[in-house]
Design a protein around this ligand. Structure first.
Ligand code: ASP
Length: 330
């Protein structure tokens, strides 16, 4: 007679049948937004939504108890590093912070592959920010544990783009049909490189407003054109502000300029004030990955359309979701 063997139940509410190896994204690297399709986004945002509810209900819970994250930052960060720390700790895990590589063996000349091979001996996941494009992909070639790209030079910032898209959805209800205007340093701003790519999976209209020397890189324009998305480039915001649903502002990235006179010539090209925003819709949002260094006047902060502080909080839920996913718990 056959014996009935009941399925193994997990203590984890997100995994009814317990085998974490079947969870999507388990053990995967997060290197570029190009790796995601629409169903992945739905899944990530669904988990992020649950994280938001759990944080408001219980604050901290033990989904990742015993797991360890390394925050390995070769470039400055406030929001990305502290939101990953908060995300890990709210999920019951812990963090090794290496925010000052100056004080690690990197300053003795250790290579990135050796540094990640070292740190993965002590941790389950590595969050990496590095000044060189492709650094996370390189690290991932050597690491056995998941690498999460937290910004690779002027390349990509995929977790920021995911939280940006989550913000748009939570604030405006949906992404389809929106007009998104990106403003500022579109050449060096990695957040807009990732966000434009992610948005091109939806039926949106994209406007790019920048000084001539800071235009969106041609290869990204071409990639997005091939998806059939309408894109236009401008030097003045007034041309597109009235029809904009999402105004995404970026800082001019001083650290990427070799010629500081060139930086000085464009650093104050656009400053958002309540007066300028009088021409915008009543129902729209203003976003910024932050830090801002003068692109948005503080007088605008109290306007309900100013979503940039709320955007940071959405980042916590998205990063909690991503950690739970790559560690097989969602
Ligand atoms: N915090 C964002 C980044 O790391 C934006 C910025 O630095 O301006 O790319």
């Amino acid at each position: 007679m056959a014996t009935y063997i009941p399925p193994i139940r997990s203590a984890n509410p997100y995994l009814p049948f317990g085998d974490q190896r079947t969870a999507p994204f388990y053990g995967k690297d997060i290197l570029s937004v190009k790796q995601f399709g629409r169903p992945d986004l739905e899944y990530i945002f669904g988990v992020a939504h649950e994280m938001r509810e759990m944080v408001s209900r219980v604050g901290t819970f033990d989904l990742l108890k015993g797991k360890i994250l390394v925050n390995l930052f070769y470039e400055p960060s406030t929001r990305t590093s502290s939101s990953f720390t908060s995300a890990m700790e709210r999920l019951g895990g812990s963090v090794i912070p290496i925010n000052e590589v100056r004080y690690s063996s990197v300053s003795k000349g250790e290579s990135l592959p050796d540094t990640v091979r070292t740190l993965e001996c002590y941790a389950d996941v590595i969050v990496l920010r590095h000044p060189e494009v492709g650094a996370s992909a390189l690290a991932a070639q050597y690491a056995r544990k998941p690498i999460i790209n937290a910004g690779d030079g002027v390349g990509e910032h995929p977790t920021q783009a995911l939280l940006d898209l989550f913000t748009i959805r939570e604030e405006l209800g949906e992404v389809e049909g929106l007009t998104v205007t990106m403003l500022g340093d579109l050449k060096y701003g990695r957040t807009v490189h990732s966000l434009a790519r992610l948005l091109s999976m939806f039926n949106v209209r994209l406007h790019y407003v920048s000084p001539a020397i800071l235009r969106m890189p041609p290869e990204i324009l071409e990639e997005i054109r091939q998806k059939g998305i309408q894109q236009t480039e401008h030097e003045t915001l007034a041309e597109v502000l009235p029809q904009t649903d999402v105004l995404y502002i970026t800082r001019v990235q001083k650290e990427r300029f070799t010629d500081l006179d060139e930086y000085d010539s464009v650093k104050s090209a656009y400053i958002i004030t309540p007066d300028i925003m009088a021409a915008a819709k009543e129902k729209m949002i203003v976003m910024h990955p932050l830090p801002r260094v003068g692109e948005i006047s503080m007088d605008f902060d109290a306007d309900p359309r100013a979503a940039y502080f709320r955007q940071m909080e959405y980042g916590l839920y998205v990063r909690m979701a991503l950690l739970a996913m790559v560690l097989g718990k969602a």
